[in-house]
Design a protein around this ligand. Structure first.
Ligand code: SER
Length: 584
């Protein structure tokens, strides 16, 4: 049986509800472009919201991490990965959590105890040493010599600068044929981390102080690829069963062996897999020059460049063959791959055609440039971008191969000057972060429900939310509409929202089945991604929406709603930018 199935089976038997993987592109969370950890979609529940499926949950979550993008090509880095996770929302704590992990690894996966070691938080001035976890591990049979105590950098986990966090205990596995050392040295990289159990009982505030969360929670995460390669005894993740057929397929396409061509082959399959999952997401991401669309573009273009390095005929359907292999392998777990197959294939193909038109010329131009210059200045980098569609990262990568520097900063300056809509995907955004659960974000979250309702009233009941993005300073809301809003329409919408705020309507919620929610006409963006039991938020008779929260308790808390801008977002989709101003 697949490790994913074994994992879910085990935790369901231990009373956990298997929840579906949340979409890759988070809703209402402007701090990240993609989900970067299994716990990310659950942040509101760590903060105290009740989860409709109860306090014990497990899943495998689709994640994309971009911090290591340049590392892809080595043995272990991926942009897309799956995280196996189990959670206790104020239910069990250290004892059960550690026992479950131990039992799953040793009984279900049959990993010998003597190949395991653990790290534990050594404590600091605010939080004591985690002796409780150490005792639990020892009682289970992990000897003292295999327990290491580390500090805040290693054994404390937080999803972002602020929000839920806590000390963790990490489980390591001896992945080497060298003889097993008695003592565990976490610095020795033959010990690889396989699982992280975080005891989330704290909330970090923006001033750096920490307070206790309403309940003690557990958040665990185990990288799927890592555990599979451990069980199968391979050092190269790409040699495990996760990749074997896909790499074989690429060997056939390129008529080249994996050995000797590892780097390009890893980049191609990794990037195509991530692109397949991004394109499959119901958020409808298409290659573009901003945010998630820009990442998708970069990934596809980088894969194409490496395909070219392997002398693959770019105009053949190579990318389709690899994508189909990936879809075939994953569709059992992620139905969106099957449902959106045509979209995925056309996203890849269209972008390929677009890039391939200029790639050859661009590469020639690049060669010319580097014969004449010892570095690539801002203008040249911008020219490669603008005329030949070279993402700056591609220019940098090509230049690095020739030991040439690129004026990256100058490029971004030029980009800003030349583009009205600059690329908003700033570096910080790639690093992972935290869902906005601050006071203002919560207010904006409730305001999006009111705006959604007002749009229906003014523009017609078939107006729906197509996306949203919230910071603590403003909200952005996309919806379907075939025309630019008139001044009158905008005024009506704004007045309606403010009227509802003044009416001081209480915000309430109810858990119900998906069928019940649909029967009661609750607004839903993508019904297929919701679990069978879900939460519906009601704002009097004004709005009912399927949503994870959090929300304010009463509309009177919102202040004054102002539309700042109304513009086109994409074909048939309009975008409103709005703010909430204080009443006084
Ligand atoms: N959130 C923790 C991690 O990402 C455990 O799941 O490592």
């Amino acid at each position: 049986m697949n490790v994913k199935d074994l994992y879910i089976d085990y935790f369901v038997k231990k009373g956990h509800v298997h929840i579906p993987s949340a979409p890759l592109v988070p809703e209402n969370d402007p701090s990240v472009l993609f989900n970067t950890a299994g716990m990310q979609p659950l942040i509101p529940y760590f903060m105290g919201e009740e989860h409709p499926c109860g306090p014990r949950l497990c899943d495998y979550q689709k994640c994309v991490r971009l911090t290591d993008l340049e590392e892809v090509g080595d043995l272990t880095h991926h942009t897309f990965f799956e995280m196996l996770g189990n959670w206790s929302l104020g239910d069990y704590f250290k004892e059960e959590s550690i026992t479950y992990s131990f039992e799953f690894l040793t009984d279900v996966l049959k990993i010998p105890v003597n190949r395991l070691a653990v790290t534990i938080f050594c404590g600091n001035e605010n939080i004591p040493k985690d002796t409780e976890s150490a005792e639990i591990w020892q009682n289970l049979g992990i000897p003292k010599e295999r327990i290491a105590y580390l500090g805040i950098e290693d054994n404390f986990w937080a999803a972002g600068e602020t929000g839920p966090c806590g000390p963790d205990t990490e489980i390591f596995y001896w992945r080497s044929n060298d003889s097993l050392p008695e003592k565990f040295d976490p610095e020795d990289d033959r010990w690889v981390e396989i699982w992280n159990n975080v005891f989330m009982e704290f909330n970090r505030h923006s001033d750096g102080t920490v307070s206790k969360l309403p309940k003690k929670n557990v958040d665990t995460g185990m990288g799927y690829e890592r555990i599979v390669s451990v069980i199968e005894g391979v050092n190269d993740n790409y040699e495990s069963s996760v990749w074997r057929d896909i790499i074989k397929n690429l060997e056939e396409i390129s008529k080249l062996p994996y050995k000797g061509n590892e780097k390009s082959m890893r980049i191609i399959v990794d990037h195509i897999r991530t692109s397949v999952f991004i394109a499959a997401d119901n958020a409808g991401i298409k290659p573009s020059n901003t945010d998630q669309g820009y990442i998708l573009r970069r990934l596809i273009r980088r894969a194409i460049r490496h395909a070219k390095k392997l002398s693959i005929e770019i105009n053949s359907n190579w990318e389709e063959q690899i994508a189909l292999k990936i879809i075939e392998q994953y569709e059992k777990y992620y139905s969106e791959l099957k449902n959106n197959k045509e979209t995925i294939l056309s996203v890849l193909k269209d972008e390929k055609i677009k890039f391939n038109k200029t790639l050859e010329k661009g590469l020639k131009e690049f060669e010319k440039i580097i014969t004449k210059n010892s570095q690539i200045d801002d203008l040249t980098a911008f020219h490669l971008y603008d005329t030949y569609g070279f993402p700056i990262e591609l220019t940098i990568e090509l230049a690095a191969e020739q030991n040439i520097k690129v004026d990256e900063e100058g490029f971004y300056k030029r980009m800003k000057e030349h583009q009205e809509k600059s690329r908003t995907a700033s570096a910080g955004k790639f690093k992972g972060g935290l869902a906005g659960n601050g006071e203002m974000e919560t207010k904006y979250h409730t305001a999006t429900h009111l705006l959604n309702a007002a749009l229906k009233e003014v523009l017609g009941s078939d107006t729906h939310q197509k996306g949203s993005n919230i910071t603590d300073e403003r909200m952005r809301f996309d919806f379907n509409c075939d025309h630019k809003l008139t001044e009158e329409e905008k005024e009506q919408i704004e007045n309606l929202v403010n009227q509802w705020i003044q009416e001081e309507i209480p915000v309430t919620k109810e858990s119900m089945t998906k069928e019940e929610a649909l029967k009661r006409n609750a607004e839903a963006m993508f019904i297929e991604k919701y679990p069978d039991i879900l939460t519906v938020y009601f704002i009097g008779n004004v709005s009912k929406e399927i949503c994870g929260g959090p929300h304010v308790q009463n509309t009177k808390e919102l202040g004054i709603f102002r539309i700042k801008k109304e513009e086109a977002s994409s074909a048939g989709i309009r975008r409103i930018k709005a703010v909430l101003e204080p009443t006084e």
